[in-house]
Design a protein around this ligand. Structure first.
Ligand code: CA
Length: 470
């Protein structure tokens, strides 16, 4: 055993945990992702601190919340002069590389400068015949399917280092574009699921009665999917509304799952490579996604909201030398904790300004230095963008409850002096109502828990240095 393990950090884009069979998916099988869970641990309460692509990526890299790292929305590139956990790895001698999706800006000041080698998609990139921006070759166009090409790049890079006799450890980041909208499967998966109906989620018919008015107005329902771009079809004539909803769901979810199938195949290739080259035992392999996704849950697609399907990140971690196989961890961890944890497993520590904590002891069953937190803080900053109409909001999730504050503003600008509109709240009892369909905010029986959660929300907001409403 060495105290300088390798890292393979695999992150997909918008892959919900409930489309992974290790998490009990009812709609697909992911045998290769499941290998990581059975070789290591499945984290059951891993959450993003802001359920949207670039902000979550920034939180992971910098170990800080979005109001600190500056990437509150999709519009802000990462100021890459900031510390990232990759810097500490590289300074300590790890060879570092990233292949695939970067999505934190391009050009001077925003490129992946903390990596020795990078080859990334510009912006969202394309599923078929993508262009890459390459640290060695500039703009590079290649034929093929994006998930396979990114995996090829990872394996080629490992191969070029030599198997087992390279002196320094490595940290390899394999960042898939998939399964981000608009879903385009690899040709080998075009007809997968053609002969089956995918089951509907329990809350597919959620009428959202009793919920915040701003939630009832979001544009992420089945009817908001674009038939041509999202569903690659023209809506058949003569469908009732119910029939059209069903048709839309099947078109949507099948392409999503076909795109996921390619991720699973390619993760299998990468795992096979690590095993056959003798690297697996001393390599930490992480599989995660930048956030979750609604798979017809509450009648929705997309993410952004603080509901479980969107808030949850899949998080599977294997490291045979130090993590026992087949474990499940229930403690709440958040994306800002990922970097400090990986550094800890490598015997390294982040600088003091970093807000995330190492959850390595939860994986290795080492002694925790202090009791682990039992709540987390969330904030979505984008307000009422034209495509999704999701309001800015923040909230707290504990082991048993979730309180969400939608601080609405009629002008579309969160007011510096506080909300110009009435605030709307939602409160869910996650034990009695795990599907989050019964908003109990304002009910007499919820009075005590509301007071408690308001206190916890204020405490967390102060702890991370965030300010209400602004
Ligand atoms: Ca994403």
């Amino acid at each position: 055993m060495t105290d300088r393990p390798n890292i393979v950090f695999i992150m997909s884009d918008d892959h919900a945990a409930h489309a992974i069979s290790a998490y009990g998916s009812r709609i697909n099988q992911t045998p290769n992702l499941d290998r990581i869970a059975s070789n290591g641990v499945r984290m059951d309460a891993a959450f993003c601190t802001n359920s949207i692509c670039a902000p979550s990526r920034a939180a992971i890299l910098t170990g800080t919340y979005n109001h600190v790292n500056g990437v509150t929305t999709l519009d802000t590139p990462l100021d890459n002069t900031q510390w990232t956990f990759v810097d500490t790895l590289r300074d300590a001698g790890w060879d570092t590389a990233i292949f695939g999706k970067w999505h934190l800006g391009h050009g001077a000041g925003a490129e992946p400068r903390m990596f020795d080698r990078w080859r990334v998609l510009p912006g969202q990139g394309h599923y078929h015949n993508p262009v890459f921006v390459d640290s060695e070759h500039g703009i590079d166009e290649v034929g093929g399917y994006v998930t396979s090409l990114i995996t090829d790049d990872c394996i080629d890079w490992l191969d070029a280092r030599g198997t087992g006799d390279a002196d320094e450890p490595f940290a390899l980041f394999c960042h898939h574009k998939a399964p981000h909208r608009h879903w385009e499967p690899d040709s080998k998966h075009f007809t997968m699921y053609d002969d089956v109906d995918i089951p509907f989620p329990d809350t597919f018919r959620d009428d959202l009665v009793g919920r915040a008015e701003v939630i009832q107005a979001v544009k992420m329902r089945m009817m908001d999917l674009d038939p041509i771009k999202d569903l690659k079809a023209i809506v058949p004539d003569g469908l009732t509304l119910d029939e059209e909803l069903n048709w839309r769901y099947q078109r949507y979810i099948k392409d999503y799952l076909r795109v996921v199938a390619s991720i699973d195949d390619n993760v299998g290739r990468l795992l096979d490579y690590l095993e056959s080259s003798g690297l697996a035992d001393n390599t930490i392999v992480v599989y995660t996604s930048d956030q979750g996704f609604f798979l017809g849950d509450h009648g929705m697609f997309d993410k952004r909201l603080m509901y479980e399907e969107s808030l949850s990140m899949p998080l599977l971690i294997q490291y045979p030398e130090r993590i026992a196989a087949g474990g499940v961890v229930d403690e709440i961890v958040v994306n800002v904790d990922f970097g400090p944890t990986l550094l800890d497993l490598c015997g390294l520590a982040p600088p003091d300004h970093v807000q995330g904590r190492s959850f390595a002891p939860l994986l290795t069953e080492d002694e925790l230095a202090e009791p682990w937190p039992t709540s987390m803080y969330y904030r979505y900053w984008m307000h009422n963008d034209a495509s999704h109409a999701v309001p800015a909001h923040y909230g707290v999730r504990t082991l048993t409850h979730k309180l969400i504050c939608y601080y609405n503003d009629p002008l579309g600008q969160p007011g510096a002096q506080g909300p110009a509109n009435p605030i709307e709240w939602e409160l869910f009892d996650l034990v009695a109502d795990p599907l989050e369909v019964n908003n109990i905010y304002g009910t007499p029986e919820a009075a005590d828990i509301t007071t408690e959660l308001l206190g916890e929300l204020a405490r967390l907001q102060a702890e991370v240095g965030d300010t209400p409403f602004h």
